[in-house]
Design a binder for this molecule. Structure first.
Ligand SMILES: Nc1nc2c(ncn2[C@@H]2O[C@H](COP(=O)(O)OP(=O)(O)OP(=O)(O)O)[C@@H](O)[C@H]2O)c(=O)[nH]1
Ligand SMILES: [Mg+2]
Length: 333
C-alpha cells in the first residue's frame, strides 16, 4: 500500500533577449560596421531535491514558477545579460511527470540531484553576426526565443513519520482530523477505519510531517487477527508512535497493555519505538482516578503521558509540542 502526495505546477523559463541592430560610430570612421550585440539567454527553471523537505505541501500555495528573461543585446557588440535561473526545491524521492503527456521526466532521488524542467530561450543574434562580404551593413537582428513552458505533475511517495495507534474506537481518526486536513470517517463503533489515513501536519518550522492513522489494533493482531498485521508493518517505518488510550473504556490500563503486547509480539523493535502515551476523551469522563492510572502506566513505560480531548481540542498544542521535540531529538541522535 502506498500513499502519494501530488502537486501540479507550471514552470516557465525566461525568454531570450533580442539581438539588436547598431552600427559603430567613431570619429574619423565615416561608415562604421555593424555592432549590434546578441541577446542574453533566458533563465531556466530547475528542480532540485533537498533533504529537509518531506512533503509537497508548499505547492498547494505556490503553483507557478518563472525564471527571468534574458536582456537585449547592446551596442558595441555587447551581449545582453543572461536571465537568472530559478531553482525549485522538492523533497528527495519526487517523481516528475509531464502533466500533459504523463511522460516521466525525472526521478529525483538524492540530495542535490537536479533536473532542468524548462530551458531558457536562446538570445537573438545581433546584426554584427550577419556581417559578410556580401552584406557589409546588415540591417536586421533576430529576436530572442521563447523559453519552455511546461505543466508538471510532482508525485511523492509519503512515508509516515508519526503513527497513531490504539484499540478500535480510541479516537485515532478524530485526532488526525483535528490535526490535519485529512477527513477520515469517524464513528462510534470499532473498525471504522479500514486502511490507514494519512494527514500532513505543518511544523512550526514550515515543512510538514506525515501522520498515519492506523486502523485499530486488537489482541492477536500480530498473528493476523483483525486488520492488524498489515498495519503493524506500516508502523515499522514510522519514527514515533502516538499511542491513544480511550479514557472512557472500561479498563484503559488493560487496553494499553494489549497494544503494547501486540507491538512486542510482532517484534522487529516495535515496542522500542519512541512512544507518547496519550489519554483521550478527557471531556467525557468524570471522577476518574487519573493520577492512579498515570502511576500504573509509568510502571510500564517511561516517557510522557499526556491527556487530551481530540473532540474539544484540549491538550492538542501540548501534544504537538511533544511530537516536534521528540522528532527533533530523534533527528539529532
Ligand atoms: N467525547 C469524546 N469522544 C471522542 C473523542 N475522540 C473521539 N471520540 C469519539 O469516539 C468515537 C470513535 O472515534 P474514531 O476517531 O472513529 O476512533 P478510531 O480510533 O479511529 O476507531 P477505529 O477506526 O475503529 O479504529 C467517535 O464516536 C468519536 O466521536 C474525544 O476526545 N471525546
Ligand atoms: Mg478510525
Amino acid at each position: 500500500m502506498q500513499f502519494i502526495d501530488q502537486a501540479t505546477i507550471e514552470v516557465r523559463a525566461g525568454k531570450g533577449g533580442d539581438g539588436i541592430v547598431a552600427f559603430r560610430r567613431e570619429k574619423y570612421v565615416p561608415a562604421g560596421g555593424p555592432s549590434g550585440g546578441n541577446g542574453g539567454k533566458g533563465g531556466s527553471v530547475n528542480l532540485i531535491a533537498v533533504e529537509n523537505l518531506q512533503t509537497l505541501l508548499d505547492f498547494q500555495y505556490a503553483r507557478s514558477f518563472k525564471a527571468d528573461d534574458g536582456k537585449r543585446g547592446g551596442p558595441s557588440n555587447c551581449t545582453g545579460a543572461n536571465g537568472e535561473d530559478r531553482s525549485i526545491k522538492v523533497p528527495c524521492g519526487t517523481m516528475v511527470y509531464d502533466a500533459d503527456t504523463e511522460e516521466v521526466l525525472a526521478d529525483l532521488i538524492e540530495n542535490g540531484q537536479s533536473f532542468c524542467a524548462a530551458k531558457g530561450g536562446k538570445g537573438g543574434l545581433g546584426n554584427q553576426h550577419f556581417l559578410s562580404n556580401r552584406n557589409r551593413a546588415p540591417e536586421y537582428a533576430l529576436p530572442g526565443l521563447e523559453g519552455d513552458v511546461r505543466n508538471l505533475r510532482l508525485e511523492l511517495k509519503l512515508l509516515a513519520e508519526v503513527g497513531i495507534i490504539g484499540l478500535p474506537n480510541a479516537g485515532k481518526s478524530t485526532l488526525i482530523a483535528a490535526l490535519s486536513s485529512a477527513r477520515p470517517k469517524i464513528a462510534n463503533y470499532p473498525f471504522t477505519t479500514l486502511v490507514p489515513n494519512l494527514g500532513v501536519v505543518r511544523k512550526p518550522s514550515g515543512d510538514g510531517t506525515v501522520f498515519a492513522d492506523i486502523p485499530g489494533l486488537i489482541e492477536g493482531a500480530h498473528q493476523g487477527v483483525g486488520l492488524g498485521h498489515d498495519f503493524l508493518r506500516h508502523i515499522e517505518r514510522t519514527r514515533l508512535l502516538v499511542h491513544l488510550v480511550d479514557l472512557t473504556a472500561e479498563n484503559p490500563l488493560q487496553d494499553f497493555k494489549i497494544i503494547l503486547e501486540e507491538l512486542k509480539s510482532y517484534g522487529r523493535g516495535l515496542e522500542q519505538k519512541p512512544q507518547i502515551v496519550v489519554l483521550n476523551k478527557i471531556d467525557a469522563v468524570q471522577e476518574l482516578d487519573l493520577e492512579n492510572l498515570r502511576q500504573e502506566l509509568n510502571k510500564i513505560i517511561k516517557g510522557q503521558i499526556l491527556t487530551i480531548s481530540a473532540v474539544t481540542r484540549v491538550g492538542l498544542d501540548e501534544l504537538m509540542q511533544n511530537v516536534w521535540n521528540q522528532l527533533d531529538a530523534e533527528n539529532s541522535r
